[in-house]
Design a protein around this ligand. Structure first.
Ligand SMILES: *Cc1c(COP(=O)(O)O)cnc(C)c1O
Length: 360
């Protein structure tokens, strides 16, 4: 098979061992074997997320749980702090569900600042806020520790975080930061195939949901929680059993074989390497203080054809990502998350330099 190695921000390159676990023979999802598997995976995820909150697994991609969060826990009005396309999606989800919501969209390439959060929360109009931890369209990683200090002053406002393209590649201390709902997908920094997502849910979020009438059905947070907590690690419908086997295996590698600190350090080091390459030959799209440690968005200062570059890379067995939406051809993106090593990036850059005849 003529596989192209993925340097796109999801789906990412999946390790052979993880792929093989996807082929594990099925078990019944009402069996104790399943509950033990779900419990094991949940406990490992709590370690990864630095939380004691229960973990909801969903047989959907991450967007499903973003919808769950904003629909099930906004009683008054939501404020969406957007720094790009995925932040904007959260506002579209609110509108599609009839959830009252406003949006603050930062200039692309910049982050959400504590001042902006303060300005909105101090109006008293909102009881839920969403923040994108890592904005995949612009390569911006928000400084959530700084934002947490503002949220601490407003305990009645639930704080939901989209960590889809960073959880597993960057440290997010959910309980310390006071994040009420933290969402991620399988196909990004966790390094699995797409089709599973997960979220941690605080007690405060659960209590809020009890006041919301129409929570939908498939993404009803209370129903999902009821199956996790009261029915002890069950799922209301049929879970993605294959993903759960693979995740159990992948989390052992992440937590025990590599270790969390080493994993986060590897992501930081590779990100620095990619940024230094980008600055030598092009320029960073985001302000450097916000530059992401899982995906780098590079300004196309040489006016190359990103499409042609990707075509030539494909012949050599590699794929990178064009810019997102309006940033197409104006930027391109190189993901460096999950299991990629620095040598993988060195190899990629070697090919890009040859194709573009870059020197120095
Ligand atoms: C990929 C991505 C999403 C969408 O996740 P899906 O799993 O494709 O539904 C949402 N937010 C961010 C930041 C992403 O990178």
């Amino acid at each position: 098979m003529n596989h192209k190695k993925l340097f796109i921000p999801g789906p990412v390159e999946v390790d052979e061992g993880v792929l093989r676990k996807m082929a594990t023979p099925m078990i019944g999802h009402r069996s104790s074997e399943w509950s033990e598997l779900q419990q094991r995976v949940s406990e490992k995820l709590q370690t990864l997320m630095y939380t004691r909150n229960p973990i909801i697994l969903s047989a959907s991609s991450g967007t499903g749980l973003l919808e769950m969060a904003i629909r099930c826990t906004t009683a008054k009005r939501a404020i969406v702090f957007s720094v790009g396309a995925f932040g904007n999606r959260w506002h579209e989800i609110a509108e599609g569900n009839g959830v009252p919501a406003d949006k603050h969209e930062a200039e692309w390439g910049s982050g959400t600042t504590p001042e902006i959060v303060e300005r909105y929360l101090s109006t008293g109009k909102y009881d839920l806020a969403t923040v994108t931890h890592n904005e995949t369209s612009t390569g911006v990683m928000n400084h959530v520790e700084e934002l947490a200090e503002v949220f601490r002053k407003y305990p009645d406002v639930l704080w939901c975080v989209d960590a889809v393209s960073s959880l597993g590649g960057a440290k997010i201390e959910v309980d310390k930061l006071g994040i009420d709902i933290c969402v991620t997908s399988s196909q990004k920094a966790l390094g699995l195939p797409p089709g599973l997502s997960l979220a941690s849910v605080s007690e405060k979020a659960k209590q809020r949901a009890q006041r919301i009438d129409k929570r939908g059905y498939y993404f009803d947070m209370l129903l999902l929680l009821q199956y996790v907590v009261e029915r002890k690690f069950q799922y209301p419908s049929t879970p993605s059993i294959s993903h759960t086997f693979a995740l159990d295996f992948a989390l052992d590698r992440i937590l025990n074989q590599e270790g969390l600190e080493a994993r986060f350090a590897r992501h930081r080091e590779i990100a620095e390497y990619v940024r230094s390459w980008a600055k030598r030959h092009f320029a960073l799209f985001p302000k450097e203080e916000y530059a992401s440690n899982t995906v780098t968005c590079i300004s196309n200062t040489r006016q190359i054809s990103v499409k042609d570059l990707n075509g030539k890379l494909a012949e050599r067995g590699f794929t990178i990502s064009n810019g997102y939406g309006a940033l197409k051809e104006k930027t391109f993106r190189i993901a460096h998350m999950a299991e990629l090593q620095k040598t993988d990036l060195e190899e990629l850059f070697g090919h890009i330099e040859e194709i573009l005849e870059l020197t120095g």
